[in-house]
Design a protein around this ligand. Structure first.
Ligand code: AKG
Ligand code: MN
Length: 201
């Protein structure tokens, strides 16, 4: 399957999943114990504009945007999907941040996936299920969006090593009147090495 290379050098694989697999995956995802987290900003409590979950084989927690998350487990279907990614891309994914965007109002703000748990120059893969949504990309330090990649149902987007040092991405909000259906994403990561190293000190 030939990927499409985006302007910022990500690799996009439309229909990476077969139709028969996507419906099973959606039912597995729908059954996860999704979390609604909150952030306190200037003394005011804000609901994060999506539901999420940290999934990992190890009990290692994951910290991003000031929220610390314990692993909600490592289901067999996720282990199988991870194995497939690792075979195809020669990666070492062992964990995933799962996101549930309930409608167009749900989103993720501008960021790079550069948490210390991920090590240097991580490769990140995003599997998308449900309604198509746009991932915006801009250069670090700039506010102008360079490109908008449509993440279709069943697609895979690969952010290569080095991408996170130069670029930021965001899952863009859309009109809740226009986008009423939900989308799930699984963003695969490799975590653990730094913690092992720290434990040895
Ligand atoms: O939902 C997406 O496609 C993007 C999510 C993302 O950037 C992340 O989980 O770090
Ligand atoms: Mn991200």
């Amino acid at each position: 399957m030939q990927p499409v290379q985006t302007v910022s050098h990500m690799l996009y694989y439309p229909n990476w999943l077969e139709n028969s697999e996507t419906s099973d995956l959606i039912s597995q995802l729908a059954g996860l114990p999704w979390r609604q987290d909150y952030l306190i900003l200037y003394g005011k409590k804000h609901a994060i504009p999506r539901q999420h979950l940290w999934l990992a084989a190890s009990q290692q927690s994951y910290r991003y945007s000031g929220i610390s998350m314990q692993s909600a487990g490592w289901p067999h279907w996720l282990a199988a999907l991870t194995e497939r990614l690792n075979q195809q891309f020669d990666t070492r994914f062992n964990s995933a941040l799962a996101n549930h965007y309930r409608g167009g109002q749900d989103k993720m703000g501008w960021h790079s996936d550069d948490e210390p748990e991920l090590g240097q120059n991580p490769v990140i893969a995003i599997v998308s299920l449900g309604v198509a949504r746009y991932l915006g990309v801009r250069r670090k330090g700039e506010t102008k969006m360079l490109e908008k990649v449509c993440l279709d149902h069943g697609s895979l987007l690969l952010m290569p090593s080095g991408f996170q040092s130069h670029w930021q991405h965001a899952l863009l909000a859309q009109s809740p009147q226009l986008v009423t259906q939900s989308r799930y994403s699984l963003t695969f990561r490799h975590t653990g090495d730094q913690h092992d190293a720290r434990r040895l000190l």
